[in-house]
Design a protein. Sequence first.
Lengths: 192, 192
Amino acid sequence: MPKLWSETIDTHRRTVRDAILEAGWALVSERGLMSVTMTQIAEKAGIGRATLYKYFPDVETVLAAQHERHVAAHLEQLTALREQPGGPAQRLKAVLERYALICYHREKHGTEEFAALLHRGEHVAHAEQQLTALFEELLVEAAASGELRDDVPAEELASYCLHALAAAGGLPTEQAVARLVSITLTGLGLSV
Amino acid sequence: MPKLWSETIDTHRRTVRDAILEAGWALVSERGLMSVTMTQIAEKAGIGRATLYKYFPDVETVLAAQHERHVAAHLEQLTALREQPGGPAQRLKAVLERYALICYHREKHGTEEFAALLHRGEHVAHAEQQLTALFEELLVEAAASGELRDDVPAEELASYCLHALAAAGGLPTEQAVARLVSITLTGLGLSV
DNA sequence: AATTTTGCGAGACACTATGTCTGTATAGAA
DNA sequence: TTCTATACAGACATAGTGTCTCGCAAAATT
């Protein structure tokens, strides 16, 4: 198992890196954030402990990297959705729906909630901020076409969306998620 | 400083316990969740390490207790507010406003976000659930008097409120918080 | 094909943290 | 006063940390 070798060195390093992130995440899920150790991560990833230290300096960094990877994947989905045809309101709705579903489907023990606690917060928050920036752009567009309440800055509306839709993580069904999106859109002053 | 003695034993134990929780929280705030150790907590609290172990078995438990104490304090404020005179909608608005301000004022690195990560989650979530239960009751009352949208279960509305208002933690001013509350209420179908 | 570069694994090391268990002293409770 | 509960300091075995070697094997380079 420790024999993790791919064709080229670069792809190999990426493979090992991914295995580390995967292992770290799995350990958080099954043993809890506080009890994850570098030793455990190395074992789970199938590499030596010293090797692990050549990739990441500590547990926190492993988890932060994992978080960043997740957010990046989400951003990719959402930006693709933003480019689709349709009015600003329609595209906004599509993106918010997709984000709610992402929150709904993501594994338990929230992928996102790291940000506030890891104290790498300032840096992880950056990834999160890309999300709010994406929302904000869409909101500005929608506001320009007069489909939105204009008594609140777009930045605040974006933050509202992000938090409100995070509630999807605790909902029981996709129907409930759809209702949540509807509620959230109503808050924006958008008739859907 | 280590001489933490109060009149009676019971009050003394409470004093020490509070000092521990305070110390734990301070360490999380300044050094980050991952680097807090029992040794540090004991030093900061001004007690011996062995003594600390007679109060709490590990760091996670200290933090969970601290979290529970915070939520309890919030609940006390909010239930007091719920008993006040006025129509259901008014009282709902008052409670939501208060909760938003609590989120706004609470120290950085979110008091609440522990729940999902500490893996004591199931138990801490109970405290959180008391909050949603409180919201839910108010929402049912308001719905009964026809001031609310009735196409969504109260439980989901409560979850929506809790998450949406959590956005107050990242807002710059109290005016922004007021706007957030307004948006959230609009989502509920409440005219304010 | 031979050589150089790169990365891995195992082990060793000093250090810190953990969790438990003493013995002794001191402050409330009876 | 006597009894009980608590704190403290220190000791201890165990485990995790972060760094450093070494020798080996696979890629890149020539």
